[in-house]
Design a protein around this ligand. Structure first.
Ligand code: G6P
Length: 467
């Protein structure tokens, strides 16, 4: 496996890495490169900068690649035992820390921190230790290491002990819970998380709101953040990449397909579109979005036959029953709306659940209205991407609980994500805005959305850490 043993100058650590492998029928390994902010961020520092990305082996193909010593330059995959990873990732990261920061517990019944939780926590510690040890082994003297997200909160403290010479950062891509909610965690665990992160020289958050919440937790539970610096870097959309990619042939093809699914209204004009694209995470609030759309059709019959809700809800974390149930509920409500309002020539909700990036971009281009209504979200890049890509400009209906609200709130139609009637009214308002105003708003949204592209987002953090 590609490794630099003590030579890496810049290190990134995250659970999910930039590449994954599949084993072909003939036993050969195929690499699939991922996208995302971190990938383009890291590429901004150039291939010769001695950068190394430490990540988990997640699939059977990944584990096979580690076993065979196959790898990409600049990437080291850690093959921690599958059961340890499952406890750390599904048990702690996705079922506890994700729930706390997104305030998703239904507290009369959940959570229950029992012996099983303690057992999983021990795996989370072991998993974090594997990362700290790999980083310690790979880093050159005085190198910079930036650790990502809630999967790896203990790494900064562990790494600091192993390698006091390093400059250590940690970046949170999620919200941070308010103190009273964070204290749902057992006291010793809450403290361990905070102290683990405070092992870093500098912590990064997506918005001021999450940074302040973290500081408040430190003040309440561990006597403040001490010497650790705290900064805000609002990751923006990658305009160059999106504009180029969204005009490639496969996207044009998907647009034609989508146009056919959307169809024309009674006046012969193409129907208006309300577009949403999400991974089906519990925080995305897809079901209330559908209920709001149903309310719109009920209260405003003038929109029937003239609008289509294009909803892409891609599978996420399907190992967890609660995610599978949520996906099923999304499908059930969409079918209900189609059965209730659909006509032979009109499908009110066009729902797709199979991940297809080119089709997502096609929907962005066609969007009249983009619906982004999470109950809580670190940033939400879809809110930033649609205005950049949409052909005619779109109106953004945006939850005030998304991090993106801090930067885009002024030019969006803002909603309380729990308020279905309010969201229906917002959809009506958004659909009613005229073409000229829509184009203008969309332009302003696109410029705010691209203020800090991924390359600069990453370099900013690097410079701060290098001081
Ligand atoms: C969301 C969060 C990120 C997180 C990612 C993990 O997108 O905003 O903070 O890293 O999920 O997703 P995964 O599919 O790896 O569980």
């Amino acid at each position: 496996m590609a490794s630099t043993f003590g030579a890496a100058q810049v290190l990134v650590a995250s659970n999910r890495g930039p590449v994954s492998y599949e084993v072909g029928e003939d036993g050969s390994l195929h690499a699939k490169r991922g996208g995302g902010g971190l990938v383009s961020g890291l590429s901004a520092i150039g291939p010769d900068a001695g950068a190394l990305w430490v990540c988990s082996a997640l699939s059977d193909g990944d584990r096979e690649a580690v076993r065979r010593g196959v790898g990409e330059e600049g990437v080291r995959m850690l093959d921690v035992p599958a059961d340890v990873h499952a406890d750390a990732y599904n048990g702690i990261a996705n079922s506890v820390l994700w729930f706390v920061h997104h305030m998703l517990y239904q507290t009369p019944l959940e959570p229950v921190f029992d012996a099983e939780f303690r057992r999983q926590w021990a795996s989370y510690e072991a998993y974090n230790r594997a990362f700290a040890e790999a980083l310690a082994e790979e880093a050159a003297e005085g190198a910079v290491a930036i650790v990502q997200d809630y999967h790896l909160t203990l790494v900064p403290g562990m790494l600091r002990e192993l390698r006091p010479d390093l400059r250590i950062g940690h970046f949170s891509h999620t919200p941070w819970a308010p103190v009273d909610y964070f204290r749902i965690l057992p006291d010793d665990i809450a403290e361990q998380v905070l102290r683990g992160m405070l092992g870093a020289d500098r912590l990064g958050f997506l918005t001021r709101r999450w940074a302040d919440a973290f500081t408040a937790c430190c003040d309440a539970l561990v006597g403040g953040p001490g010497d650790t610096r705290i900064g805000v870097h609002g990751l923006g959309a990658d305009a160059d990449f999106l504009r180029r990619r969204s005009h490639e042939a496969d996207v044009d093809e998907r647009m034609a397909g989508l146009r056919a699914e959307i169809g024309a209204g009674p006046d012969g004009n193409a129907r208006r579109t309300i577009v949403r694209v999400d991974r089906t995470e519990l925080s995305k609030n897809i079901v209330r979005g559908l209920l709001a759309y149903r309310r719109l059709l009920a209260d405003r019959p003038e929109w029937r036959e003239r609008v289509v809700h294009v909803a892409f809800a891609y599978p996420s974390r399907q190992d967890l029953a609660v995610y599978r149930d949520y996906t099923a509920e999304v499908q059930r409500v969409a079918e209900e709306i189609n059965a209730e309002y659909g006509t032979p020539g009109w499908t009110p909700v066009v729902l797709h659940v199979k991940d297809d990036f080119a089709r997502s971009l096609a929907a962005y281009r066609l969007a009249d209205v983009a619906l982004v209504n999470p109950v809580r979200d670190g940033m939400n890049l879809v809110a930033k991407e649609v205005p950049v890509v949409s052909d005619e400009g779109c109106v953004l209906v945006l939850s005030r609980e998304a991090g993106a609200y801090e930067e885009l709130g002024e030019d969006a139609v803002v909603v309380n994500p729990y308020d279905v009637v309010g969201t229906a009214a917002a959809l009506h308002e958004a659909l009613s805005i005229g073409a000229a105003e829509r184009a203008e708003r969309s332009k302003r949204l696109a410029s705010a959305a691209t203020a800090l592209p991924p390359g600069r987002w990453f370099l900013e953090q690097l410079e701060e850490l290098r001081g």
